[in-house]
Design a protein around this ligand. Structure first.
Ligand code: SF4
Ligand code: NI
Ligand code: NI
Length: 711
């Protein structure tokens, strides 16, 4: 059979299955029965993107099947055949949606099935920063499980996000691959149709970040080809359904690399039978470049391990976490007096004889990273210090929580058994500081203290005064006190017209870029994503309008956005790219706003979930009344200050409220004299329906009720 014949055979088979499944479902549940995926604002996302049609009930499906069939021309033409691959994608999306009619079909599967919107949004920042350099989709059953496992681990160590479909999931699990979202290896499911859940991720990236209008299929295909760095590896023999799925991937711009002979299409469909070469070959095919830093430690160190948790049963050693004192500090030294790569441990290590009988090794810990370099500035110390959290988490077998003197670190038994010791934390920090900050760090020394008296004394005498000095400096740093703001254009790789304007009192909406971060990045990468905006005179102080800001935003968005205000949610608000930590929206009847964070999956008092609220904005478009923002903005005196500021907040999920309460209370008190404002803010444990929320606000005499009408 020719390649096109194979594709058509698969597409026609899937079309038949889809039609059958739709008819059966309608017969069983009736046309009016709802159909859809959990926690998405985009209906059946592929059909919605391709046609603009919002499938809501089973009765909507037969028309979609009609469209699907029309995509299969059966003509001997490769372009037509690739379209038939898209028909297979549509069919798989329908079949999988029908599987969800009786509840989550993946509860007893190693796979996770459909990927919810908030997860996709959370991937925005690591993808734009290159922290996740690419997306691998692995499919099938391998004749050589050990080789398969080696491939997955290699992708993992390179930071890629890997999706798995088919029996390779068990094969990799049995070979010891660590799996789950926290490890960037995501099992989707066993049925070949579950591959659609990764296609759905790529398509929703275009909807969420790209702001592409549903119905413009060609624009979606261009977006995925140019901006979603994905590719496919298949394992084992290919049947015609897999080939037609592959055709769909190729239509999206994702090369397919098989490990068995296939009719090759250069750049699109290729064979690489040697598993030792699969990774390199695939990365080259998709032009993914990886920067590796070799670090001399006995465990893997990769961004893919950032999310791993170390639980009590796998824990070997623990530092901090209210059990012992634990702090960390980056400070600058005089390069002339420093010895590069000097790593010193003062005090017992985790293999000390005194721990021979201990269940868990608990030690106080103080980490001092001293950096020196001509371009190093005092202000960058906090920027580098915050990276300790990430760098330590990159260690396979280490968990790092918190920062400064509330740091908390755990190490696993597995890491200990592989020979990991405290000096290796020093090795990792040294290597990452040198490679990630090479422009400012010429020399780096690490000293690790584990004697209780040292950790206590240095903590009091050296560390606390430095923190206090920094806090004082940070508090004095306001939008009014600086001459320059910064742009952040990082997210333009996904949201081409989005520009964040980062100021001391308004961090980037992803929460990852503060004004100081932006300033440091400008130093590290002079032509990079963060450029200064020389602020000049304000046109309007209250709304936060500067001509300089408008000019820069206009130019950087290629004219898509002409004007932004920095302090208003209603008048020319800043755009959102899609990866914001929180979304703020107006609740008119309460004369205030609600805020929902990405981690909160339930509905809010305005009747929408985070995902639904988030879908109202994004893609670099201005949407008055909705604003994506970072957690830290809740506590800034500039938070929508044009509309009355922080005291407009009437509802937040409890976890978020607790997280921000201290700063929020302090700022509101300084602005209005109201004490313990957070207690006046409603949350889901109190009420989520509008009337009950209002009642609560009245009993608390919430200030928003007495303010000018918000709209
Ligand atoms: Fe994206 Fe804005 Fe964060 Fe930069 S600051 S990474 S543009 S969300
Ligand atoms: Ni880790
Ligand atoms: Ni973004």
């Amino acid at each position: 059979m020719s390649l096109t014949d194979l594709i058509y055979a698969g597409s026609n088979a899937v079309a038949g299955l889809t039609e059958g499944a739709v008819n059966d479902a309608i017969e069983k549940y009736g046309e009016g029965h709802a159909v859809g995926y959990p926690d998405t604002a985009y209906f059946l996302p592929i059909i919605y993107a391709a046609t603009g049609v919002k499938i809501k009930t089973l009765g909507d499906l037969p028309a979609a099947v009609g469209i699907l069939k029309s995509l299969i021309t059966n003509k001997e033409d490769l372009g037509d055949a690739l379209n038939a691959g898209l028909a297979t994608a549509v069919g798989a999306e329908i079949i999988e949606a029908i599987r969800y009619l009786d509840g989550d079909p993946y509860v007893n599967d190693a796979g996770i099935g459909f990927v919810a919107d908030p997860i996709i949004r959370s991937l925005g920042v690591p993808l734009v920063t290159g922290d996740i350099p690419g997306i691998a989709v692995l499919l099938g059953e391998s004749a050589d499980p050990a080789a398969l496992a080696a491939i997955v681990k290699d992708y993992q160590e390179k930071g890629l996000l890997t999706f798995m479909v088919g029996n390779i999931i068990e094969q990799a699990l049995e070979a010891g691959v660590k799996m789950g979202l926290d490890y960037r290896v995501i099992p989707l499911g066993h049925e070949v149709t579950s591959v659609i859940h990764v296609v759905s991720v790529a398509i929703r990236a275009a909807l969420i970040f790209g702001g592409i209008e549903p119905g413009k299929l060609a624009e979606f295909l261009t977006y995925t080809k140019e901006r979603v760095p994905a590719f496919v590896n298949t394992f084992g023999e290919l049947n015609e359904v897999i080939v037609s799925v592959g055709a769909g991937a190729i239509a999206l711009g994702f090369p397919v690399i098989a490990d068995v002979p296939v009719p090759e299409v250069p750049g699109a469909l290729m064979t690489q039978a040697d598993h030792a070469k699969t990774v390199e070959f695939s990365l080259e095919a998709r032009e993914i470049k990886i920067k590796v830093t070799k670090i001399d430690v006995p465990v893997s160190v990769a961004s893919a391990f950032e999310g791993e948790r170390v639980r009590k049963d796998t824990m070997f050693a623990e530092f901090g976490g209210n059990k012992t004192e634990c702090w960390e500090l980056v400070t600058s030294g005089d390069p002339a007096e420093m010895e590069d790569h000097k790593i010193t441990l003062i005090g017992p290590d985790i293999d000390d004889a005194s721990f021979a009988d201990a269940d868990v090794v608990r030690l106080p810990l103080g980490i001092v990273v001293t950096v020196g370099g001509k371009a190093m500035q005092k202000d960058f110390e906090t920027v580098l210090e915050r990276r300790i959290h990430y760098f330590t988490n990159y260690i396979d077998g280490a968990m790092h929580v918190g920062q400064r003197n509330i740091a908390w670190i755990r190490l696993t038994k597995e890491a200990f058994e592989k020979g990991f010791r405290l000096k290796h934390i020093g090795e990792v920090l040294y290597a990452k500081m040198r490679s990630d900050f090479e422009k400012v760090v010429d020399k780096c020394e690490i000293t690790i203290y584990t004697k209780a008296e040292d950790v206590k004394r240095l903590g009091e005498e050296m560390v606390k005064p430095i923190y206090a000095e920094r806090d004082a400096r940070m508090n004095a740093l306001t939008d009014a006190s600086v001459d320059e703001f910064y742009t952040c254009l990082l997210c333009q790789s996904f949201a081409p017209s989005h520009v964040c304007v980062v100021t001391p009192e308004r961090l980037g909406l992803c929460g990852a870029v503060s004004w100081l971060d932006a300033k440091a990045t400008k130093e590290l990468d002079p032509l990079g994503p963060n450029q200064p905006i020389v602020k000049g005179e304000a046109v309007d102080e209250r709304l936060g309008i500067w001509n300089s800001v408008n000019e820069v935003v206009n130019a950087a968005s290629q004219g898509a956005v002409e004007r932004v205000t920095l302090y208003s949610i209603l008048e020319d608000p800043m755009t959102s790219c899609g990866c914001f930590e929180c979304i703020c929206g107006i609740m008119p009847e309460a004369n205030g706003v609600i805020i929902v964070n990405r981690e909160f999956s339930e509905s809010s008092p305005v009747g929408m979930t985070f995902g639904e609220l988030a879908s109202m904005t994004g893609g670099g478009v201005q949407t008055p009344g909705f604003m994506g923002h970072g957690r830290f903005l809740i506590g800034s005196k500039k938070f929508m200050s044009a509309e009355g500021g922080l005291s407009r907040i009437v509802w937040m999920p409890k976890e978020l409220k607790d997280d921000v309460a201290e700063r929020l209370n302090k700022a509101v008190f300084e602005m209005t004299g109201i004490e313990n404002f957070a207690d006046m803010v409603c949350d889901e444990t109190i009420a989520t329906d509008s009337e009950a929320v209002l009642e609560f606000l009245e009993t608390k005499n919430h200030p928003a009720l007495a303010m000018d009408p918000i709209m």
